[in-house]
Design a protein around this ligand. Structure first.
Ligand SMILES: [Zn+2]
Ligand SMILES: [Zn+2]
Length: 77
């Protein structure tokens, strides 16, 4: 039994995610994404796919990167 660190749900099927050597406990992927996924710098949506990292900034897609002035990126195929 463990408690989700995002919503506080006490649940018997929680799981742990280790990120940057820190252990996090969640009851759902939704909560895990809420806590750990980076947000697109342009549109603010959570990046749950590969996304794009350019110059230390995160974007959900090449379009958003372009809109924010990052020229040299392409969506991964
Ligand atoms: Zn939760
Ligand atoms: Zn975006």
């Amino acid at each position: 039994m463990a408690r989700c660190e995002v919503c506080g749900n006490d649940y018997d099927k929680t799981f742990e995610v280790v990120k940057d050597r820190e252990r996090h406990t969640f009851d759902s992927f939704e909560c895990a994404i809420h806590a750990l996924a980076p947000a697109c710098e342009h549109c603010g949506c959570r990046i749950i796919g590969h996304g794009i990292e350019a110059e230390g900034r995160y974007f959900c897609c090449a379009h958003c990167a372009h809109e924010s002035g990052v020229a040299q990126v392409r969506d991964r195929r």
